[in-house]
Ligand binder design. Structure first.
Ligand code: EPZ
Length: 432
C-alpha cells in the first residue's frame, strides 16, 4: 500500500494548476445517461472516483472513450456514449465503494423510466441517508420500492404511456447537494414541469445545469434555491468543460498559508471560492485575483478564526479539515463548528500526534495555536482529512508519513507532483 512521505518546513512558492472539479465530474458523467448521443467532457480530472464512475457507466452499457492527453498534462477528455443501455442496475459492489454512484438513479429514471440502485450504506464522515433523494423523486412522479438493500424506481404508466415522470414540486427540508442533482437529472425529461425549492446552490450544481442546458434541457433559477425545470421529450449530445475544483484550490491555498508561502493557483475562478477566500483573508492571508486565477500569500502570523460550515455560499464542510490544520499554527484559539456531517473530525487525533492542541465536544472543535508541529506517522481516514495531514506535514519539522493515501487519490490529481513543483519535499512510497 502506498504512503506519502513529507519532509516539512519548506516555504511553497510558484504557480500551481487546478484540475477539473471532482464533485462536478461525478454529476456530469451520469448526465450522459439522459441521451443516446455522445457527451464529451473536457477538463475531467484523473481521479480514482472518476475511473470508478466510468466503470459504473460501462456496467450500464455506456462506452467511455478517453482521448490521449500528454502525460505532463492534467485532466483529460472523455466521450461517453449511452447509445443503448444494457442494464439499469447499479450493483452493491460498486455503490459501496463510491456513494456518488447513487447519482445514476435520477438519470436512469429520466432516460428509460426505471432504475435499480443499491443503497449506499454508511460512510466515515456520517450516516448520509438518501431519504431526500427518494422523497424528491417521488414528488415528481417516481414510484419506489425498497428490497434487499436496493431501491427500485419506476415512472408509472399514464394513459397507456410509460416511462416518463409527470413532474411536480418539492421543497427540501434541508439542503442536499446530491438529492438536488438527482431530482434535476430526472426532471429534465419529465412530461410536465418541476419546481425544486430550498435546492442546493453549490457551483457544481450550476455546472450540472449548464451542461444539461447544453444538452437541450430547459432550466430556470440556476444558482438560486428555487429551480424550475420544464420537461423535454429528448436530450441531445454536447461537449462540456468541467468547472475547476474550488476545494482543491482552497486546499492548496491553505498550503501556501501554512508554509508561509506564496502560490498562484491557475485555472480557478475566485467567484466560486467566496467563503474560503474571505476566511483566509480574515486569518491574515493576502488574496489577489490574477488573470489566470488567484494569488495567495502568507502575510505574517496566522490569526485565529471562528468558523461554521454551511451549504453554499457558506463555508464549505469540504474545507473544514484543511482549515483546522492551518489554524493549529495560528496565534490564538479558533472555534470550528461542523454543521453538515456528524462525524467529520477524524483528523483530530492524527493532528494531535503531530503536536496540535485540539479539543472536540460534539460538533465544535477548539483549536489552540501551537508554536510548531512535528513530523510523525499518521493515518488518513477520509478524503479531506487526508489533505489536512498533508498540510500539517508540509509545515512540520522532520518527516511525516501519511498512510492509506488511497483516500487522497479519490479527490486530488497528482498531488505530489503539484506540490513538489512549488518546492515541497514530498514523495510517494509503496510498501508493496
Ligand atoms: C456532496 O455530498 C459532496 N459529494 C460532498 O463532498 C460534500 O461534503 C457535500 O455534498 C456537502 O457539500 C459529492 O458531490 C460527490 P448532501 P452529498 O446530500 O451530496 C444529509 C468531498 O469531500 N442528507 O448535501 O452526499 C446528509 O447526511 C465530499 O468531496 C440527508 O439527511 O451531501 C448531510 O448531513 C464529501 N438525506 C447533509 O444532508 C439525504 O437524502 C448534506 O448532504 C441526503 C442528505
Amino acid at each position: 500500500m502506498d504512503r506519502i512521505l513529507i519532509r516539512g518546513g519548506h516555504r511553497l512558492a510558484g504557480r500551481l494548476p487546478i484540475s477539473g472539479a471532482k464533485n462536478a465530474a461525478l454529476t456530469l458523467m451520469p448526465a450522459a445517461l439522459l441521451t443516446d448521443e455522445p457527451l464529451t467532457l473536457r477538463n475531467l480530472p484523473r481521479l480514482a472516483d472518476v475511473d470508478g464512475f466510468g466503470h459504473l457507466l460501462n456496467q450500464l452499457g455506456a462506452s467511455t472513450a478517453v482521448e490521449g492527453t500528454r502525460p505532463d498534462e492534467f485532466g483529460r477528455v472523455m466521450t461517453i456514449r449511452a447509445g443503448r443501455l444494457t442494464s439499469t442496475e447499479a450493483p452493491y459492489d460498486i455503490v459501496r465503494k463510491m456513494r456518488a454512484s447513487i447519482l445514476v438513479l435520477g438519470p436512469l429514471i429520466g432516460r428509460g423510466g426505471e432504475a435499480r440502485v443499491s443503497l449506499p450504506g454508511g460512510c466515515a464522515i456520517g450516516n448520509r441517508p438518501i431519504d431526500l433523494h427518494l422523497k424528491a423523486l417521488e414528488a415528481i412522479g417516481a414510484e419506489l420500492e425498497m428490497a434487499a438493500g436496493y431501491v427500485r424506481a419506476t415512472a408509472p404508466t399514464i394513459n397507456g404511456q410509460g416511462g416518463r415522470l409527470s413532474g411536480g414540486r418539492y421543497r427540501f427540508p434541508v439542503v442536499s447537494v446530491g438529492a438536488t442533482e438527482n431530482v434535476l437529472m430526472a426532471a429534465v425529461t419529465a412530461r410536465g414541469g418541476s419546481c425544486i425549492e430550498n435546492a442546493a446552490r453549490e457551483p457544481e450544481i450550476v455546472d450540472l445545469c449548464r451542461c444539461l442546458i447544453a444538452m437541450g434541457a430547459k432550466i430556470d433559477g440556476i444558482g438560486t434555491d428555487t429551480i424550475e425545470v420544464e420537461g423535454t421529450d429528448r436530450l441531445h449530445g454536447a461537449t462540456y468543460s468541467v468547472m475547476p475544483d474550488r476545494i482543491e484550490a482552497g486546499s492548496y491555498a491553505c498550503a501556501a498559508a501554512i508554509t508561509g508561502g506564496e502560490l498562484e493557483l491557475t485555472g480557478v475562478s475566485v467567484d466560486d471560492m467566496g467563503a474560503t477566500l474571505s476566511a483566509l483573508e480574515e486569518a491574515g492571508v493576502r488574496v489577489e485575483p490574477t488573470r489566470e486565477g488567484v494569488r495567495v500569500t502568507a502575510d505574517g502570523p496566522l490569526r485565529p478564526l471562528t468558523l461554521s460550515t454551511a451549504p453554499y455560499p457558506g463555508f464549505a464542510t469540504d474545507m473544514q479539515a484543511q482549515f483546522m490544520a492551518m489554524l493549529t499554527l495560528a496565534q490564538g484559539a479558533s472555534v470550528l463548528t461542523e454543521t453538515i456531517f456528524e462525524n467529520r473530525y477524524m483528523h483530530v487525533p492524527e493532528l494531535a500526534r503531530m503536536g496540535a492542541d485540539i479539543t472536540v465536544s460534539g460538533r465544535t472543535a477548539v483549536v489552540r495555536g501551537v508554536a510548531g508541529l512535528t513530523g510523525a506517522p499518521v493515518m488518513a481516514t477520509d478524503l479531506r482529512a487526508s489533505m489536512s495531514l498533508i498540510l500539517a506535514g508540509l509545515a512540520a519539522t522532520g518527516e511525516t508519513s501519511v498512510a492509506r493515501v488511497y483516500h487522497l487519490d479519490r479527490g486530488y490529481e497528482r498531488l505530489e507532483e503539484k506540490l513538489s513543483g512549488v518546492g515541497a519535499d514530498i514523495e510517494r512510497v509503496s510498501d508493496g
